[in-house]
Design a protein around this ligand. Sequence first.
Ligand SMILES: *Cc1c(COP(=O)(O)O)cnc(C)c1O
Length: 455
Amino acid sequence: MDFISTRDKDYNKVTASKAIAGGLALDGGLYVPCAFPALHGFIGATYERMAFDVLRLYLTDFDENELKEYVHLAYGDCLPVAVNGHYIELFHGRTSAFKDVALQLFPYLLAASLRKQNIHQTAVVLTATSGDTGSAVLAGMKNIPGIRAIVFYPADGVSNLQKLQMTTQEGDNLNVFGIRGNFDDAQRAVKAVFADEQFRAKYADRYLFTSANSINAGRLLPQIAYYFYAYSLSVESGVIREGDRMNFVVPTGNFGNILAGYYAEKMGLPVNKLICATNINKVLYDFIRTGVYNKKRPFQTTVSPSMDILISSNLERLIYDTGGYETVVNAYQSLESAGEFSLDAPLSALDTEFVTDPETVKTITEVYRKNNYILDPHTAVAQCAYNKYRQRTGDGTYAIILATASPYKFPETVYSALGDVLHDPPPSLRALDKKPVLHGEVIDDIRKTIEKILQ
Ligand SMILES: *Cc1c(COP(=O)(O)O)cnc(C)c1O
């Protein structure tokens, strides 16, 4: 399978390993696959089998035994995914959030891609995080030869536990910094470094800059598998019949998770609606409802910090899919110069609702009282958005809600909703406050900081 950049008018094709090694395309666009092959015969398959079957359709310059091995290394001992009623829990991985699903596998894909591309420089994985990507990248990349990971998180925009997970992470090849600014500031600065040819050239003999954010195609593709898995288990448990359409409700920030669902649909998964759940940073809600994407609004911190984003990178891939190169370039030029863009064609595959903080907390309380099930705030946003969607549309199609984090990762909010109910944290979250802080620094200038590390 070839990949192309969303911003390349000449449609230059690259292999999967080149797309993964590079991260972001050099023209500032995102790599997308040239086609979406159908996935057949997936009902009843194991998670490992499904992940392998999805990946081999796209990573065609990897050999199959190699892919099988990576999938096994990633998920053999620690499968991040489990279905529990109408939730698919994606948080059973090493850092207790859904980023683990991709990031337990991604380091193998990246290391192999570097080999295939004959890249001998150290790969510097620059990562902007709203909280959960950071710890998952650090846990995944720890002590992997040939790779250095540098993570930037908003110093005042992540939960205490998220911060501790990052700042206490051991590993010789890792750097972590708080920045004064929000996630969008971090993401913008990191993208600017990628786009700066002079900066890259200055280090080219020793370092190759790449990304483990969901702007990297290698992060995105592993996420397609759990949509098929959720469907398969729903057929097996008898709540739907094979061929029936299903709804998926996705708590959304950078649009990577829901885009994987959109790609699954293009590969033949019977999807009725993908429901994009946002918090009050509701740029995506406004965009899906009106066709106008407008980032000119205050950035608000919420109890669902991993969704506090005004510039959702992966939306570019969806826009590419609906309108091609020209639509993307016009839209992003307009976003840059005027802070907004609009599309004529409606995005009929998606529906959307937004949820306030008080509604989020109330939903945690309600679901616990009714079902004795503890939601994390992000999953609660999805649950509440789904309640609103059903009330508005009356659509009774069977729905799966993507549960993206363990409630133990956001204890303050869960405590405010339920009191003292969290008694048995997953091992990765135990005693973090007793570990030494190895990365306490807070910085202003991302570029200078990178230069200092790489001197
Ligand atoms: C990252 C994250 C999200 C948002 O996912 P996107 O792919 O960025 O849309 C939602 N919930 C949690 C817990 C996350 O970590």
